[in-house]
Design a protein around this ligand. Structure first.
Ligand code: SF4
Ligand code: SF4
Length: 340
């Protein structure tokens, strides 16, 4: 594992980080084991969020007593100062610490979010105040919108940018990463598996390791998963011709518009199981149509309840035309059902 300074900050980080979402579904004991294993394997940067339920508490439990050996990043979706202050205080308590290395504005995607954050009484005031008091050491930002991420990076207000990056979602590679580098921001790569669409960890990390200052933060839900991914970092990184072909196959199969399973669109007022239905085509390709129709019956039947109200589209950070996509996946499902 390599270690280096995170952008222009004084934080030393590992080339691989740990994303805190999967900790939610683990028992506290198992979460602590997984986190400690990650530390033993050399990972020293841990990313979580106020909204990831008890993920912060589990990280706090794992690293209590060795706080100065790890870098903790958290984040809040709050847009006003009062809400942000409350979240920072909560994060400090849950993480059992008196400082957080990096506190990020979570998912700043739309102009309205940014205006609210920067307005008098907005979240930026609370972040700057907390930094002054030593409660947070650096301020970062996360986004799923390339246009907004670029704008945020160029404000020079942030020490880091967190944006999706994997061999399917390569939009950040050129301009966003280049501008962030030039301005001294640390770069965190969320969604190294494209929200579950990439099921080949070997290829996923062969691709990511080519970008030596971009820190992937995969979520881990077992000691075995930690051992598998960290083992990639113990060997030389070589991409073969067959890896390149495989990457091309994934790209063709998923196309440009695909669901990253972020679940921001949920819940649907009509009970449509959006995330599960949006993966139908990939499931059918990976399994077989006959297996996929059995596996996906409930979500695909729920698609019939969609009245195209558009509520989900407004919430999707990738601007996916969800009702149209659901309809085409349902058509495919019907074809497979009739043929089975
Ligand atoms: S467009 Fe369809 S899936 Fe989306 S929220 Fe409305 S009913 Fe639900
Ligand atoms: S449809 Fe959009 S918001 Fe919903 S899970 Fe997929 S990517 Fe996320």
């Amino acid at each position: 594992m390599r270690y280096f300074l995170f952008g222009k900050t004084d934080l030393t980080v590992s080339e691989l980080g740990f994303g805190g979402i999967p900790l939610i579904r683990l028992s506290k004991d198992l979460a602590v084991n997984v986190l400690r294993r990650a530390y033993d394997q050399g990972i020293i940067i841990y990313d979580t969020a106020n909204m990831y339920l008890d993920s912060e508490e589990k990280i706090g439990a794992a690293f209590h007593g060795m706080r100065n050996r790890v870098i903790i990043a958290s984040k809040s979706i709050q847009r006003d100062a009062a809400g942000m202050t409350e979240h920072i205080e909560k994060s400090l308590i849950r993480l059992k610490t008196d400082y957080i290395d990096l506190y990020q504005l979570h998912q700043v995607a739309r102009e309205a979010d940014w205006k609210a954050i920067m307005a008098p009484g907005g979240a930026m005031e609370a972040l700057l105040h907390a930094k002054d008091k030593g409660k947070i050491r650096h301020i970062g930002v996360t986004s799923h919108s390339l246009e907004m991420a670029l704008k945020l990076v160029k404000t020079d207000l942030f020490s880091s940018i967190q944006f999706p990056f994997n061999f399917i979602e390569i939009a950040a590679k050129d301009e966003l990463h280049a501008v962030a580098r030039e301005r001294g921001l640390g770069i965190l790569a969320m969604k190294p598996f494209a929200g579950g669409m990439i099921d080949n960890a070997d290829i996923a990390f062969k691709f990511l390791r080519q970008y030596s200052d971009v820190i992937p933060i995969p979520g881990f839900d077992s000691v075995e998963a930690v051992d598998q991914v960290t083992s990639f970092y113990k060997r030389e990184n070589k991409t073969t011709q067959s890896d390149v072909h495989l990457i091309e196959r994934y790209r063709t199969e998923l196309g440009k518009q695909f669901c990253r399973r972020c679940e921001y669109c949920q819940p649907c007022p009509n009970g449509v199981m959006i995330t599960q239905s949006m993966g139908y085509r990939v499931i059918a390709n990976r399994m077989s149509p006959a297996v996929a129709v059995k596996f996906s019956r409930l979500p695909m039947e729920s698609v019939l309840k969609c009245d195209a109200c558009g509520a989900c589209v407004e919430k999707c950070p990738y601007d996916l035309p969800i009702p149209d996509m659901l309809k085409s996946f349902n058509d495919l499902y019907e074809q497979h059902l009739n043929a089975s």
